[in-house]
Design a protein around this ligand. Sequence first.
Ligand SMILES: Nc1ncnc2c1ncn2[C@@H]1O[C@H](COP(=O)(O)OP(=O)(O)OP(=O)(O)O)[C@@H](O)[C@H]1O
Ligand code: SF4
Ligand SMILES: [Mg+2]
Length: 342
Amino acid sequence: MKPFLEVKNLTVSFPTEDGLVRASNDVSFTVARGETLAVVGESGSGKSVTSLAVMGLHSRRSANISGQAILHLPTGPMDTISATPEAVRKLRGKSMAMIFQDPMSALHPYYSIGDQIAEAWALYNKGSKADGIRRATEMLELVGIPEPGKRVREFPHQFSGGMRQRVMIAMALVNNPSLLIADEPTTALDVTVQSQILKLLKDMQKEFNMAVILITHDLGVVAEVADRVCVMYAGKIVEQAEINDIYYKPDHPYTIGLLNSIPRVDQLEGRRLQAIPGQPPSLISLPKGCAFRSRCSFSEQVPDNRCATEVPDLNEKLEGHFSRCHLTETQLTRARSLAGSK
Ligand SMILES: Nc1ncnc2c1ncn2[C@@H]1O[C@H](COP(=O)(O)OP(=O)(O)OP(=O)(O)O)[C@@H](O)[C@H]1O
Ligand code: SF4
Ligand SMILES: [Mg+2]
């Protein structure tokens, strides 16, 4: 499948008083139209920082950014990292749109929902205010908000969490974007509402033939909707594969740990990843070897103390299945079976 977005060696760091925070570290992935890529990882692993960089939303004064994020537009490729802020601004909303992690901070409390969606529509369409409100009403209907003609005049605080998330989806999709980045779109929603929102996203993806990046730390979410998964740890991708390979042949001890926290694969829906014992390392002083070593129960199986001294590369161990770990295939098989037997 020809990618719509191609992220290559994307690195984002923030100079701070305490040192350089390496939030996103040499990240590469692709996503095609009609495809959903899930980006999974614990809090602080760099999921939002990576996607905000693709969207051109980091201040160049506070972030150092290198690498590429190429959108393959009908007019030709465009790298959102090296393009001017003005050029990237013109892509937002239409070529790429984002649903932000916190819907309340993304919606303005003093403007009606209709006004806010109409304003997003007016960025790319000519028409009267009434046309914008009509379009907003259509969008609310499309995302399953009852009585859209009435609700379009209401304000964010009058919507429940699930309904607000639908509003965010309506607003992000109002200009038929080619790429949608959904950052934790179902966090803080109850399980039934979560699965309704995910189904809605899936339906919308089909309707608009979008490339979708779904950021989450919820494996249930991944099982329902993703085609491929990137697992991130301490700013780096540690495993990348098709969804079934992630579930049935995980290649990285971190992914194995994440899966192991879920008792039964056929009961994934709605379950949260339980924390793996220990903490990720500081992004200011990353360890010399593997960043996962202090939490990894398999490091002693790797000879010559390599886990402590050598950063593992992200290797393609099987076709389309990448993993960043020194363990051999035989050791991994053992790790998987040990994890499965716990
Ligand atoms: N502007 C900034 N200045 C300094 N550090 C930052 C800045 N923005 C993010 N970070 C740090 O970068 C790291 C990655 O943050 P990011 O928001 O991408 O995590 P995340 O994976 O989205 O986590 P969560 O699941 O909690 O949303 C964190 O340690 C965060 O504190
Ligand atoms: S490289 Fe070593 S420490 Fe890192 S995940 Fe693999 S076995 Fe564990
Ligand atoms: Mg985040």
